[in-house]
Design a protein around this ligand. Structure first.
Ligand code: SPV
Ligand code: MG
Length: 568
């Protein structure tokens, strides 16, 4: 009689491998887990299950996940498929350690038991010992060894392939069983007698010898188009130990025939690599023909599907558990004004969208902000607002832009001033290191001030942006103490020009918001510019002056624009 197990027990073992983790609810496969004994026990239970079982071929981490998702209880790690995945022949061209690496990905990707096609064992008994030990270490449930010679040839290539001497192959089996690292590890002995044109008697006597040498199951292989040989074998084998078959060539045989014959496990040996080859070829040919993705998208798996299969959700959840919480740095770009001095260039566009070296000024500015770690950028639009667009930015509108100033524009984005914030005029370009340094500068509110601005001979600066500070820029100081803002404008004590860039901590952002509210309440908001706002805030909180020397510009005039086009 065919060996059977108490059904609930084997079912428990088979399904135990695909449990959800009780604490996280994540499939166990998402957690790199190697549990050799459990997986081998599951494979052993499959071999001895009272009902016919099926192993599905896989050849990579991804295909292993597909097998698990389809509901198979175990994986056949096919030698043919793994070789093909590497673009190699099924002739032991891939080394056994390369195969081991592929198996490791598969074992990590799923919780299913893997029966690996170990070919001939890569040599003699000694190679088999080492192979079996290493398979056990990597959580592989079992190995199938075939009675051929190294280097092997695929069973469907040529005729009359030489077979191993029975005694020598039995030695490989015994060595493998002696080397297994857990009691449950399964060694399946595969006889190629029928494939190699030997008699049924020889197939049976080989199977008998392999079983006696310790094989846990016999794989009887046939390349005939019907299952006649297999059925003849099983009739005479009389279920002495589990029988495994690979019906690749007798594919039209109804599965019921295998059930009636008392087969334990059917292996669908190469059908994922073959189906993916057909799909890849179709997609590649279509794209080569069409030079467009139109017909292809929708017929291929989505990127989201890959994210799901590879467990992106789990990584996101883990990131929340393990990474310190970092509030995003938000940016507000004040870009509501037209820039009338640019004349016809801003007839249909606000100046933030004027082209500077092939892309709108705003795109360059936002690129610099993002490079400095400002993740969420809000642009305050006004003049020709429909022209202000860029992927990934938010926009808010100051529809009263013509009658109001910068403070009113900033107030439109007040709800974006939370946590670390960066505020910048929409017509400014600056080198990124300036913002990087401001991010590290002390103080709840930091403004970048060009120490060269406002000096005799310097480019004319707007008087309202001229900065008075408690300390001028000291070019010779190695370790510069921070300067503090005393006020804007005036002729005496000018230390530089504000470049229109400000960084605020969470506290600084809150103070700016409060001050905007206060200005709205006292009726001064609409007419106020940014220096007016800062002039009020500095009464409550020191504003740090971070000196720079050049490496920025703003675009007020056509000359500025010409300079911007040379800015790098
Ligand atoms: C394999 O999948 O590599 C096998 C099965 O050994 S077969 O190709 O049918 O021989
Ligand atoms: Mg093979």
């Amino acid at each position: 009689m065919r060996p059977t197990l108490n059904a609930p027990a084997w079912r428990r073992q088979i399904h135990g491998a695909t449990h959800l983790m009780p604490d996280t609810g994540q499939p166990t496969s998402l957690i790199a887990q190697r549990c050799p004994a459990n997986r081998s026990a599951t494979l052993r239970a499959l071999l001895h299950a009272p009902e016919l079982q099926f192993l599905m071929e896989a050849h990579s981490g991804l295909s292993a996940k597909v097998v698990e998702e389809a509901g198979f209880p175990g994986i056949w790690a096919s030698g043919l498929s793994m070789s093909a995945m590497l673009g190699l022949r099924d002739s032991n061209e891939a080394s056994w350690t390369q195969v081991l690496d592929m198996l490791e990905y598969m074992a990590d990707a799923t919780s299913l038991p893997i029966l690996v096609d170990g070919d001939t064992g890569y040599g003699n008994f000694n190679n088999v010992r080492r192979l079996v030990r290493k398979l056990g270490e990597r959580g592989i449930a079992g190995v199938c060894l075939e009675d051929k010679l190294f280097p092997k040839t695929n069973s469907f290539v040529g005729e009359m392939q030489p077979l191993a001497d029975v005694g020598e192959f039995c030695g490989r089996i015994r060595a493998g069983k002696d080397a297994q690292t857990t009691d449950e590890f399964c060694l399946v002995a595969r006889t190629e007698a029928l494939i190699s044109g030997r008699s049924m008697d020889e197939a049976l006597s080989r199977a008998e010898a392999y079983h006696a040498a310790g094989a846990d199951a016999i794989l009887i292989h046939s390349k005939k188009p019907t299952a006649a040989e297999i059925v003849a074998f099983t009739e005479r084998w009389q279920r002495r130990c589990p029988v495994v078959i690979v019906p690749t060539m007798y594919h039209a045989t109804p599965t019921e025939v295998f059930r009636r014959a008392g087969v334990s496990v059917v292996i669908w040996a190469n059908h994922l690599v073959r189906s993916s080859l057909a799909a890849m070829r179709q997609t590649a040919c279509q794209l080569a023909r069409d030079q467009s993705l139109r017909e292809v998208e929708g017929r291929v798996a989505s990127v989201a599907d890959i994210f799901r299969l590879t467990g992106n959700d789990e990584l996101e959840a883990a990131s929340k558990r393990y990474l310190p919480e970092v509030a995003p740095t938000r940016g507000v770009v004040l870009a509501a004004s037209r820039g009338a001095d640019l004349g016809a260039l801003t007839a249909d566009l606000p100046k933030c969208m004027v082209d500077v070296r092939g892309q709108p000024l705003l795109h360059q500015l936002v690129g610099t902000l993002r490079g400095a770690g400002v993740d969420e950028v809000t642009v305050v639009r006004g003049y020709r607002k429909e022209a202000v667009a860029m992927p990934g930015i938010r926009t808010v509108d100051n529809d009263a832009y013509a009658a109001t100033g910068e403070a009113a524009s900033l107030a439109c984005a007040a709800d974006r001033l939370g946590g670390e914030s960066v505020i910048v005029y929409g017509d400014v370009l600056f080198r990124r290191y300036i913002l990087d340094a401001m991010m590290a500068a002390p103080g709840d509110i930091v403004i970048a001030v060009d120490a060269l601005g406002g000096r005799p001979g310097a480019r004319p600066a707007n008087a309202r942006d001229l900065v008075r500070a408690d300390r001028p820029y000291a070019p010779d100081d190695l370790d510069e103490a921070p300067a503090t803002l005393l006020g804007f404008g005036g002729a005496d004590g000018v230390c530089g020009e504000w470049i229109g860039l400000l960084r605020a901590t969470a506290r600084g952002s809150a103070l700016l918001r409060e001050e905007l509210d206060a200005m709205r309440a006292d009726g001064t908001l609409d007419a106020a510019d940014m220096p007016a706002l800062l002039g009020r805030v500095m009464a409550r909180c020191p504003v740090t002056v971070h000196y720079v020397t050049g490496h920025w510009l703003d675009v007020d005039t056509l000359l500025d624009l010409a300079n911007a086009r040379n800015f790098s």
